[in-house]
Design a protein around this ligand. Structure first.
Ligand SMILES: Cc1cc2nc3c(=O)[nH]c(=O)nc-3n(C[C@H](O)[C@H](O)[C@H](O)COP(=O)(O)O)c2cc1C
Length: 373
């Protein structure tokens, strides 16, 4: 039953919808179309049940314990898809939540259809993100590129929004909090991460895992600066302090272009402070198409090699240390073969984003089936 359903989904999306979308809509317009549709879909009471039925029929449970969490399947939709609108300030974001507006398109329909989702990234304060062209596709390499610039409603409004909808959130999901770009003072950086996590806890949210994103490549920051040993140790310790007394583990997300020694040193820090898992990796900063001097993060096929190399280095250090920090693969997982390349390294769970564009909304089910998981 599953195989014919997935074949039908591939025919509909890859054979029909994707060629039409790619021919008619540039990446950014297509992304905005999807968000507009999700904004409406979240409000249709019967839809989550229907979408949940489609998922149940196409993605059988494959439980796996990773990073201190029992996941129902090894594939997680990565941060950056369900993250909410951008706002200029917290008062405006909170007023939008208060007005009942859906400021986080997909919050209900995407988990129903895709299964595991990491919400965010959320920063302590709202961000409008970058203006102009910010998302591109490279179809031949099945890649995406973006310089959205951490657009999000900010932790307080995101927490208020999700907290008011707790009863309709999935049983298992993650919340991703990013260090605030542009903050150079480590103490302020720690305070902002702590306050962001505290906002979600105060709203009564109980994710299955938290992720600290150390690595956004398309903001005003040099993400490498957030990933130094001392700064990472202090930041992770502060975040773990903010999470004390609750059961969910803290994961971290690193970039794909650190020096080998830096991955090894970071893994030692993660083991020392008690991180559950490290997501390898975020996007790879490259020149933005047609925008001289701007950087935009590459995901999908063009990221795959670098993400595999980062995961391999982290896993080698994990073995050398004999520590329990898991590595979650992320980067160019668009089919069974790319998933299996991570699995061959010892990865037991993975995140994907670009696969949504190239394989469609049932990407997790399709990849799981192709990888024979
Ligand atoms: C449009 C877009 C927005 C993203 N925003 C975030 C984000 O806010 N936080 C984050 O940790 N990663 C973000 N990412 C990175 C993805 O979570 C993922 O790490 C990256 O795309 C690599 O996975 P992929 O090769 O499957 O695309 C974003 C990616 C894209 C394409």
């Amino acid at each position: 039953m599953i195989a014919p359903l997935l074949a039908a989904s591939r025919l509909l999306y890859e054979g029909l919808a994707r060629p039409l979308i790619f021919a008619m809509r540039p990446a950014q317009a297509a992304h905005e179309d999807v968000l507009a549709a999700l904004r409406l879909a979240d409000g249709l009471p019967a839809l989550p049940v229907l979408l949940g039925g489609i998922r149940a029929a196409t993605q059988p449970p494959r439980p796996v314990a990773v990073g201190g969490v029992l996941l129902e399947s090894p594939l997680i939709l990565a941060a950056g898809f369900v993250k909410g609108d951008g706002f200029a300030d917290e008062a405006a974001a909170l007023a939008a939540v208060e007005s009942g507006r859906n400021i986080m398109p997909g919050w209900r329909s995407i988990p129903a259809l895709c299964g595991l989702v990491e919400f965010g990234s959320f920063t302590r304060w709202p961000r409008l993100g970058n203006s102009g062209a910010v998302i591109w596709r490279h179809a031949t390499s099945r890649s995406t590129q973006n310089r959205i610039g951490l657009k999000n409603p900010g932790a307080a409004a995101a927490a208020a929004f999700l907290g008011a909808r707790r009863a309709h959130l999935p049983a298992c999901f993650g919340i991703n909090v990013a260090v605030s770009p542009g903050v150079s003072d480590p103490i302020q950086e720690q305070r902002e991460a702590v306050e962001a996590l505290a906002a979600f806890r105060a709203a009564g949210l109980q994710p299955a895992w938290w992720t600290l994103n150390l690595s956004c490549p398309n903001t005003e920051d040099d993400p490498g600066a957030h990933q130094t040993t001392a700064r990472t140790r202090d930041l992770c310790a502060a975040a773990l302090g903010a999470l004390e007394g609750q059961p969910a583990p803290l994961w971290v997300k690193v970039g794909p272009d650190l020096a080998p020694e830096q991955y090894r040193a970071l893994m030692r820090v993660f083991a020392e402070v008690g991180i559950g898992a490290v997501i390898a990796t975020n996007t790879l900063g490259q020149p933005a198409p047609g925008q001289p001097g701007q950087t935009a993060g590459v995901g999908g096929g063009r990221l795959h090699r670098a993400a595999l190399d980062a995961a391999a280095l982290l896993l080698a250090e994990r073995r050398a240390l004999g520590c329990a920090v898991d590595v979650i693969g992320c980067g160019g997982i668009v089919d069974g073969a790319s998933y299996r390349r991570f699995a061959a390294l010892g990865v037991r769970a993975a995140q994907y984003w670009s696969a949504l564009v190239y394989r469609g909304p049932l990407a997790a089910a399709v990849i799981q089936s192709e990888a024979r998981l």
